[in-house]
Design a protein around this ligand. Structure first.
Ligand SMILES: [Zn+2]
Ligand SMILES: [Zn+2]
Length: 135
């Protein structure tokens, strides 16, 4: 498989993902709303080892909330890049919004739908729905 390329909004951080995503999930939790500026994040799950930073290592920052895993973003433009505890975790959630090309993967599940905002409507996409996380 060809690597997937990703970059932040300012272009300072560039990375590649060298393995296919195991699954794709849309997270509607309150943290993802805050950090994304929208309904949440859409994430591809991949082994952390399969992510390689190509540029901007000095710009990459991680925020560790009191609960949950660290979220990683570009300190220059604020683009959210990774979740699930990168780089220490075994698996990382790559924000599909940070990819340079559209990802072919369809959303397999919507998680944290209990945190759906009043202004949010779930699409009729046939994907699984979970109140919190997928089992
Ligand atoms: Zn940036
Ligand atoms: Zn979330």
């Amino acid at each position: 498989m060809a690597s997937l390329l990703g970059a932040c909004l300012c272009g300072g951080v560039r990375f590649e993902v060298t393995e296919p995503f195991e699954r794709v999930a849309a997270c509607h939790c309150e943290s993802c709303k805050k950090l994304s500026g929208g309904g949440g994040t859409v994430n591809g799950r991949v082994r952390t080892e399969a992510i390689r930073l190509l540029a901007g290592e000095d710009l990459v920052k991680s925020f560790q909330p009191a609960e949950g895993s660290a979220k990683t973003f570009c300190s220059e433009c604020g683009t959210n890049l990774f979740g699930a505890g990168w780089p220490k975790s075994e698996f990382t959630s790559v924000r599909l919004s940070a990819l340079e090309e559209p990802c072919e993967g369809k959303i397999g599940s919507h998680i944290f739908v209990r945190s759906l905002a009043p202004w949010e409507v779930l699409p009729e996409d046939g994907a699984e729905r979970h109140e919190v996380r997928a089992p």
